[in-house]
Design a protein around this ligand. Sequence first.
Ligand code: FES
Length: 187
Amino acid sequence: MADEAIIDPAHDTGEGVRRRDFINIAAVSFAGVGGIAVLVPLISQMSPSADVLAESSTEIDISQIATGQAIKAIFRKQPVFIRNLTPAEIGEAQKVDVASLRDPQSLDDRTKPGKTNWLITMGVCTHLGCVPLGAGEGEVKGEFGGYFCPCHGSSYDTAARIRKGPAPKNLEVPPYEFTSDTVVKIG
Ligand code: FES
């Protein structure tokens, strides 16, 4: 009889209380589950995702970049220019009076010791962020032989230093290191 009273709420007020208790407990349980579901995304947002970690550095094989050639790579979703300077381009950069430059830096300041021919810079104009020309096959390099930004006419020299136009700074040299003679790790 006691079991029947629990099943039929119309005949036992005590059973009605038990049903409400169950409903309340169920509601609390769902709230608990909801709380966990919200918490997990918040925690996962606090740690960098796998693709962000993967992009924090980029390794590039430079063995196929011939003297006088350049390539465009991507580092942290931005273009990077890697250029293998010719002896003439190195000479052009080194004969400039550094003190006369808008952003005074020598080629040595912008390259690694013993690897002056490897000029590695961001491919982002320091004026308003366009991608300068000069790294791709057949692209114009501007009157100073380095890079030319077609957006507002900034010209960079063979050390990617700003020489003419509105850009205030040289193309940025990102942090990088040579992990071997043929591989450079950017970032
Ligand atoms: S963005 Fe390059 S000159 Fe303006």
